[in-house]
Ligand binder design. Structure first.
Ligand code: NAD
Length: 834
């Protein structure tokens, strides 16, 4: 039987086995950062994944070295094969045989080949049936590098030999990047380290652009501030360097195209200006580099030449101030060494380069820097996603605590995916808003716009920031308003800028409302349904459009409007979504009365493309930092414009009443008198996967219950820290079971996945009364009932109470059901609590 027939399903996800093939390069200075770190990151993320690191550099990697590189390598297994570099393609074929025989023993696997040689070998060794996905990482180009390493000169025989060799290498590259047809079945992709390399592969090798992704995840992680400072002191002490010495670092080999002469010349020039400078050369080619230094007659007191262990690179870089990346002016120049540059950046180094690498020029140019003012739920996601795609970003905030956290790699908010992204070496965090404004060309404003008492949004912080931008801009700027601002705010901002601006440079205002949802914010930002760019300025539009295209946004998703339309789109979108929630909540209450399952209704209705299934989930009503305030703001604006929005007024009222409906249902289950009753509240965040409790239904509902004398035991996986600031006097528990101890009822208010999988047999005996109100309809009802709980839901009461679910229109039976005292109309419920 074919190995995959038994486990077709397992093969879909690679059988949780990853084979990572490197042909050579283990002895390379970037092996630790480019190969090991990403692999260790994977291993940490997916502890069940078995990773085989296959190398053909047997002699260089002994057990001792491996153990030092990966001390806890439970699921990383090193496999070493022989390689035969002098046998040309024949040698590669021998490598294929070794790898093929190894892969035959794996039933299913994903394979990543690093570089064209590994790609060529792997491509011939993999079995399309057992290989779930096949990636070739493009990092440099063999043929180009060969040409540089072996200039042909005038010797005709040598020239012919070099020409043939170059052609052979190009053929290897071609084969690696355009694999055999069987692998093209959606299993194949190429990771290119830079956009330039992607462009080159597409142009030169006719690689299908849809197969090429940027290897952004392989960028080395930023070294956190406190660690960097500790290492800086340690290494400087070791090198006898004072804190004021400006340390330049060159890390790399002494290949001709890496310009070792140029590096030393550059340093000598810097030294001429500042005698307190020092050159730290980290290389495997100590001898070769020391020859260069001697030739250049650099006084040994100004440099140190070292070979350091791979895993200490970050430590040594932390002691430096500037990293040097020099290249020959040649085609490979504009694609190469981006990861080394990122390694420098990860330690906060400035980069010195000789303008041959277009990618580096892009990264280093100040006009390509983006600033984000306000690093909350929106700003942090925007900043870290922009940085993920190769743009340097400065995130600035007035909250010193937040910035301190971020500098040390800790996200001050809970948002899935953000923790990883904030480690990008292209991200800097600061409380110095002025320097961020000065450095950036595009400035995103993501400061709060809270609701005022009259319902209007308070834009005072936006105005404050606008003044700051006007006063401190020295050049053309594009101010992108990400904050949700009342219609017309762009004009207010423009006039503030006009009033405070010094100089005649232009500052364009772009209204770029943000539609991300907390909990899935990173995904939403990277894969937006649409990007609205509201501006009259074509220049600003093009710059912002390019930024989004660079992040992989499809051009048809980008919509150009004027500012007022963009501002209005945001309010109308949020209001419509709020309306949808209130609508389904009202329908859910109706379904409860007529004994119909609201989930079936919502699903059946939502399948209509004109309606859609999203936001048709009944619950305790909408909350969060956006819907309540944005709907109120729209209502105020509409009122002021003399065009009141009756439908939205109703939506708001229904939402408020839904909180009472929940309390009403609690009373139905545990009795009218709540005094002294213990209520376990499961879920405090306004939705799952966030720690945000702003305007959370839990706050209103707990408030109502406390008023009635109930005792609250609350639990949320992420939001307890934030809720404690609002409600310090309730009991916060360790987990759902702890919250349920002695409770008369457990009320699920947030749809966290862990509540859907509660161990009901464990929960039942802990409670005083086995009673559950699931306002999010996530705990399987049949399981609850089978475990002996009294249950209610929102919109599924009939199932909860074991009633016949068949809805019989216009019959005596239906009349009978409607006549029994089920749920009182909303207004009546509200009356009770006034
Ligand atoms: P937030 O409160 O999480 O973040 C705002 C940040 O701005 C905070 O870190 C705060 O310290 C900082 N700040 C306050 N004053 C500042 C100043 N003068 N200079 C610099 N920074 C300052 O808010 P948020 O949820 O990120 O929302 C920001 C804006 O985006 C709001 O207008 C909101 O309506 C809008 N929005 C929010 C979401 C969302 O899901 N949260 C979605 C779309 C749009």
């Amino acid at each position: 039987m074919h190995p995959c027939v038994a486990g077709e399903k397992c093969c879909e996800n690679g059988g949780n086995t990853l084979v990572f093939v490197v042909y050579d390069g283990i002895n390379n200075s970037v092996f630790a950062s480019q190969v090991l770190q990403p692999l260790l990151k994977r291993a940490k993320k997916n502890q069940h994944q078995k990773i085989y690191l296959v190398s053909f550099e047997r002699t260089l990697l002994n057990e001792q070295k491996i153990a030092r590189l990966v001390p806890h390598r439970e699921n990383i297994i090193f496999i070493q094969f022989w390689r035969f570099p002098f046998l040309g393609k024949m040698g590669l074929r021998l490598s294929v045989m070794q790898l093929r025989s190894f892969l035959r023993r794996l039933p299913c696997y994903s394979l990543i080949a690093r570089g064209p040689l590994a790609g060529w070998v792997s491509m011939r060794a993999v079995s399309p049936a057992s290989c779930a996905s096949y990636t070739v990482q493009a990092r440099g180009l063999l043929a180009q590098e060969y040409e540089l390493a072996h200039p042909t000169g005038r010797n005709l025989v040598k020239a012919l030999f070099c020409w043939i060799r170059k052609k052979q290498m190009a053929a290897v590259e071609y084969a690696a990047f355009c694999p055999k047809p069987e692998l093209l079945l959606a299993k194949f992709r190429i990771e290119a380290v830079t956009p330039a390399l992607k462009e080159y592969l597409v142009k030169e090798y006719a690689v299908n652009p849809s197969h090429v992704v940027l290897a952004v995840d392989d960028m080395p992680a930023r070294i956190v501030e406190y660690q960097r400072l500790v290492w800086r002191e340690e290494i400087r002490n070791q090198l006898h360097l004072g804190p004021q010495t400006h340390v330049y670092c060159y890390s790399g080999a002494v290949k001709p195209w890496q310009c070792p002469d140029g590096v030393v010349d550059y340093f000598k020039n810097e030294l001429a200006h500042n005698k307190n400078s020092f050159l730290l050369v980290l290389t495997q080619d100590v001898e070769a580099f020391s020859r260069v230094l001697k030739e250049k007659q650099l006084d040994p007191k100004y440099y140190a030449l070292m070979t350091i262990p791979h895993d200490e690179m970050s430590k040594y870089l932390s002691a430096c101030d500037t990293g040097i990346v020099f290249r020959e002016k040649h085609i490979v120049s504009w694609i190469s060494r981006p990861v080394k540059a990122m390694e420098y950046k990860s330690a906060g180094l400035k980069i010195a380069h000789n303008h041959t690498s277009a990618w580096l020029i892009d990264v280093e140019k100040e006009e390509n820097t983006v600033a984000v003012l306000g690093t909350g739920y929106v700003g942090l996601v925007v900043g870290s996603c922009v940085a993920k795609f190769g743009t340097p970003v400065i995130c600035a905030d007035i909250d010193e605590r937040k910035i301190e956290f971020l500098k040390n790699g800790i996200s001050p908010i809970y948002e899935p995916g953000v923790e990883d992204l904030i480690m990008s070496p292209l991200l800097t965090f600061t409380t110095d808003l002025v320097s961020a404004i000065k450095k950036a060309r595009i400035i995103f404003v993501a400061v709060p716009t809270p609701a005022q008492a009259d319902g209007n949004a308070d834009v005072s912080v936006v105005k404050e920031v606008a003044k700051l931008i006007a006063k401190h801009s020295n050049d053309y700027k594009i101010v992108c308003l990400k904050s949700t601002v009342p219609i017309g705010t762009h004009a207010v901002v423009a006039s503030i800028i006009q009033d405070y601006k010094k100089g005649d440079h232009t500052i364009d205002i772009v209204s770029t409302p943000e539609f991300l949802r907390e909990g899935t914010a990173v995904y939403d930002y990277l894969y937006p349904d649409r990007v609205i760019i509201g501006t009259k300025s074509e220049r600003a539009y093009e710059a912002v459009r390019q930024l989004y295209l660079r992040m992989g946004c499809r051009s048809e998703k980008i919509i150009w409007t004027d500012n007022p339309a963009a501002e209005t789109i945001k309010y109308v979108a949020n209001s419509f979504l709020a309306l949808k929630i209130s609508f389904i909540n009202e329908i859910a209450n109706f379904c409860d009365r007529i004994s119909v399952d609201v989930l079936a209704v919502a699903y059946g209705v939502g399948l209509d493309k004109r309606i859609g299934t999203q936001f048709l989930k009944p619950g305790p009503g909408y909350g969060g930092s956006c819907f309540p305030k944005d709907v109120q703001a729209l209502l105020s604006m509409a009122q002021e414009a003399g065009s009141p929005l009756k439908i939205m007024e109703q939506a708001v009222q229904i939402n408020e009443l839904q909180r009472y409906q929940v309390v009403y249902k609690i009373k139905n289950l545990v009795g009218e008198n709540l005094r002294g009753k213990v209520i376990a509240i499961l879920g405090l965040a306004f939705k799952a996967n966030t720690d945000d409790v702003r305007k959370s239904p839990a706050i209103d509902i707990i408030g109502l219950l406390l008023k009635e004398g109930a005792l609250i035991r609350a639990y949320d996986p992420q939001a307890m820290f934030n809720l404690r600031k609002e409600l310090p006097d309730i009991t916060y528990c360790l987990n759902a079971y702890d919250a349920a101890q002695g409770a008369h009822i457990a009320v699920v208010l947030t749809e966290w996945a862990e509540f859907a999988t509660l161990d009901l047999a464990k929960l039942h005996p802990l409670m005083k009364q086995p009673c559950v109100l699931d306002t999010r309809n996530i705990v399987p009802l049949q399981r609850l009932k089978a475990s002996g709980f009294r249950v209610d839901t929102v919109g599924r009461s009939a199932i909860a109470q074991d009633q016949d679910m068949t809805f019989i229109p216009a019959s005596a039976d239906r009349k009978k059901r409607l006549s029994k005292p089920a749920f009182t109309a909303h207004t009546v419920v509200a009356e009770q609590f006034k």
